[in-house]
Design a protein around this ligand. Structure first.
Ligand code: 1QQ
Length: 374
C-alpha cells in the first residue's frame, strides 16, 4: 500500500485533513467542511436554556455558510442536563474529527465533560457556563459567557444603591457547580459592602416547595433576597415568595436569565433583578441585525443564551479565518488571540485565562420583560 493514504484517523491532526486552507480572513478557503459540535441541554432541568442556544447556533450557522470559503457543519447533541450524558457526547465529538465543541450548557456538566476535550487537545467553548474555574480545566477550554464573578458584584452594587439595602437573606441550591459558585461570588460581593447577611438558606436544585425556607427568610425582615438558583427552582421560589407577601426585590444570578421566569411566574417575576451578559436593548449594529434575523427565522425574540450561542460561532469563524485553519491546535491558538470582535454581546476579547471580556448589564423584570436597570 505504499503511497496510499489510509486516512480516516478520526482526528484533525496531520496533513491532508483539508482543514488547513489557503488565503486569510475573508479570502480564506478551507477544503473540508469544518465540523462544529454542540453539547446542549435540550431536555432535563436545563432544557429551556438549551433550546435557545440551539436556535442561536442555527441562525449563525445559516448566516456564516452564506459566506464563501468555509462550510460549517453543525452537530447538536443533547446532554440531557446530566454530567454522564455530557461525557458521552464529548467522547463522541473527540473521535469524529470535530474542530471545536460548544457547551455543555451547565457548569455542572462542563466540569465533568470538558476534561475529555482538553485531554484530547480539542478546543471547547462554554457559551453559558458561568461558574468559577471552568477555563482552568485546561488550555483548550474557552468561554464567551461572562462568569458570575464578572457580573454579580456590579449587580449587587446596583441593587444596594437602587433600594438602599441594609440587610439581606441569601438563598442557594448547594448541589450544583454553578449555583454554588454563584453563591460564593454573592457572599464575597456582599462582604465587601456594609450590607448585613441576616441568614443563608440552602436547598436542592430539584426542590419545588420553598414555603418554609421563604417563611424563615421573611421572619428576618430582609430588604431583599439574593438567590443563586437554576430556572427550575427560581420559578417556584419567586412565585411562592410573592404568595407569602415577600414584596422585596429578589436578586438572581445567571440561572434567572431566562424568559421562562416571566412566562411561568407571571406577575410574581416583576421587580426581580438579574445580572446579565446581554440585554435585547443593546443598540450595537450586530445586535440589531441579530434581533431582526432571529425574529424572522423563529418568530420569537432571542434571549441571552441564544445571543451567546450565536456570538460564539462568529468568534470561531473570526479565529479560523485569522490563520485560515480549523485544525484543533491552530484553532486553540487563534481563539486565544481574539480581540475586540464585534458581536451582539458587544466587542468581545478573549483574556489570558481564555474567558471573554465585554460589558455586563443589570436588568430588572418590568412588564414581563428584562429591562435595563443600569
Ligand atoms: C451555569 C449557568 C447556567 C445558568 C447555564 C444555563 O450559568 O451552569 O454555569
Amino acid at each position: 500500500l505504499a503511497g496510499c493514504s489510509t486516512g480516516g484517523d478520526g482526528g484533525t491532526g496531520g496533513d491532508g485533513g483539508g482543514l488547513v486552507g489557503t488565503g486569510s480572513g475573508e479570502s480564506c478557503v478551507i477544503e473540508s467542511p469544518v465540523k462544529v459540535g454542540a453539547a446542549l441541554s435540550l431536555t432535563g432541568g436545563a432544557g429551556s436554556y438549551g433550546v435557545s442556544q440551539q436556535q442561536g447556533l442555527e441562525l449563525a450557522l445559516a448566516e456564516l455558510n452564506e459566506a464563501k470559503g468555509i462550510e460549517y457543519k453543525l452537530s447538536v447533541e443533547d446532554d440531557a442536563s446530566e454530567p454522564r450524558q455530557g461525557i458521552s457526547v464529548m467522547e463522541g465529538f473527540v473521535g469524529d474529527g470535530t474542530s471545536i465543541v460548544l457547551g455543555p450548557t451547565l457548569s455542572n456538566t462542563a466540569v465533568a465533560a470538558m476534561p475529555i476535550a482538553t485531554e484530547a487537545s480539542m478546543p471547547v467553548m462554554g457559551i453559558s457556563t458561568t461558574a468559577g474555574g471552568i477555563t482552568d480545566i485546561g488550555d483548550y477550554v474557552f468561554r464567551d459567557s461572562l462568569t458570575e464573578a464578572q457580573v454579580i458584584p456590579q449587580t449587587i452594587d446596583a441593587v444596594i444603591d437602587e433600594y438602599s439595602l441594609k440587610k439581606v437573606v441569601v438563598m442557594y441550591s448547594n448541589d450544583d457547580a454553578f449555583t454554588e459558585s454563584g453563591y460564593e461570588v454573592m457572599a464575597e460581593a456582599l462582604e465587601d459592602t456594609d450590607v448585613e447577611v441576616l441568614d443563608t438558606l440552602t436547598f436542592s436544585k430539584a426542590d419545588t416547595d420553598f414555603r418554609s425556607l421563604l417563611t424563615a427568610a421573611k421572619d428576618k425582615n430582609p430588604d431583599a433576597i439574593v438567590v443563586s438558583a437554576l430556572i427550575e427552582a427560581a420559578i417556584p421560589l419567586v412565585t411562592q415568595a410573592r404568595e407569602l407577601g415577600i414584596d422585596q426585590p429578589i436578586v438572581g444570578g445567571n440561572g434567572f436569565n431566562n424568559p421562562k421566569l416571566m412566562a411561568d411566574a407571571g406577575a410574581a417575576a416583576e421587580g426581580v433583578v438579574v445580572g446579565a451578559a446581554w440585554n435585547s436593548a443593546s443598540d450595537n449594529a450586530e445586535n440589531q441585525a441579530f434581533l431582526t434575523a432571529y425574529e424572522e427565522k423563529f418568530g420569537a425574540q432571542p434571549d441571552q443564551f441564544a445571543a451567546q450561542a450565536y456570538s460564539a460561532l462568529y468568534l470561531i469563524d473570526d479565529a479560523i479565518r485569522s490563520t485560515c485553519s480549523a485544525e484543533r491546535s491552530d484553532l486553540r491558538d487563534s481563539l486565544a488571540q481574539l480581540k475586540d470582535v464585534a458581536t451582539p454581546l458587544g466587542a468581545v476579547t478573549i483574556n489570558k485565562n481564555r474567558d471573554a471580556e465585554h460589558p455586563a448589564v443589570v436588568q430588572i423584570v418590568k412588564d414581563g420583560k428584562f429591562a435595563v436597570l443600569r
